[in-house]
Design a protein around this ligand. Structure first.
Ligand code: RDZ
Length: 291
């Protein structure tokens, strides 16, 4: 009878997994076995007897020479195939590992790029400029500016475009607040919360509201204003710089901004699809005309 495999302090692995070691800790053993064990033990201990058997030393992974690819001899019984539900369980674990790795890279990169996060940071002297960019992409100037232009507009075409810009800005605020409230990802630890007018959900960072607005507004402007090429390039540059400045200020992680750009870009498609005009919402325009 082969004796059970033992960990560094001489206890059988099965006992070690259920008593003192946390899943995935080095006490489970070294090399590839450690990774398999951490995957298999991702379920609640004791929740499923099958899972408990797999964690224990009689698992095919733990029996020396019984791993199918290691060329099991004819005298050794072939390991029983994993039950269906356990095979399916491995895939989310791999996906989980991939996601966790992506998040780790995201945090590391965001911290590295957060060079204006404080006055004493390596590019701290650029912080006032970054904060100016922050205001240029803030919701309040965009909302007030649109309302002001709407009040001053004397053409139907102008009003229609501005009305849709207002709708786009409000839709953006709503969707960002909704997603921030659902995801609840905290802002980076190195962020100083000294932002100009925030809503309660703005303590969360995913997605970046500035990035969504920058992508939405720039796409809107490019599609509805006749601008010379240099100005069009400037609009696109502004959107990218606003997004990048969020990471430099330490307000956001890279993935918050990347998703923000994606969301803002998509929001424009929604606005374009639901375009408000005197034909589909005459009441809005008639009411405006009576004022
Ligand atoms: C108060 C109004 C009308 C808008 C809030 C704008 C704001 C502070 C968004 C947060 O942006 P980030 O998610 O990029 O930090």
């Amino acid at each position: 009878m082969p004796s059970p495999r033992r960990n560094a302090d001489g206890r059988p692995l099965a006992a070690s997994a259920s008593s003192s070691s946390s899943p995935g800790s080095p006490a489970h053993g070294g090399g590839g076995r450690f990774e398999f064990q951490s995957l298999l033990s991702s379920r609640a201990p004791g929740a499923d007897p099958t899972c408990a058997r797999l964690r224990a030393s009689d698992s095919p992974v733990h029996r020396r020479g019984s791993f199918p690819l290691a060329g099991a001899g004819p005298s050794q019984a072939a390991p029983a195939p994993l039950p269906e539900e356990d095979r399916m369980d491995l895939n989310p674990s791999f996906l989980g590992i991939a996601l966790r790795s992506l998040l780790a890279i995201d945090l590391w990169l965001s911290k590295k790029l957060g060079v204006c996060a404080g006055e004493s940071s390596s590019w701290g002297s650029m912080r006032p400029l970054m904060k100016l960019l922050e205001i240029s992409g803030h919701g309040i100037p965009w909302l007030l500016g649109t309302l002001y232009c709407l009040a001053r507009s004397d053409s139907w075409a102008g009003r229609e475009v501005l009305m849709n810009l207002l709708f786009a800005l409000l839709l953006d605020l709503l969707l960002v607040a909704l997603i921030k409230g659902l995801v609840r990802r905290r802002r980076p630890a190195h962020n100083q919360m000294d932002m100009f007018v925030t809503l309660s959900v703005d303590k969360y960072s995913f997605p970046s509201g500035h990035a969504t607005r920058a992508a939405l507004v720039s796409r809107f402007i490019l599609n509805h204003l006749v601008l010379a090429i240099p100005l069009r390039v400037l609009v696109v540059l502004w959107a990218f710089i606003v997004g990048f400045s969020r990471v430099m200020l330490g307000r956001h992680n890279v993935t918050d901004v990347a998703f923000g750009f994606f969301l803002g870009y998509t929001q424009y498609s929604i606005v374009d699809y639901c375009w408000l005009s005197p034909h589909n919402v005459p009441v809005l325009f008639v009411l405006w005309n009576q004022q």
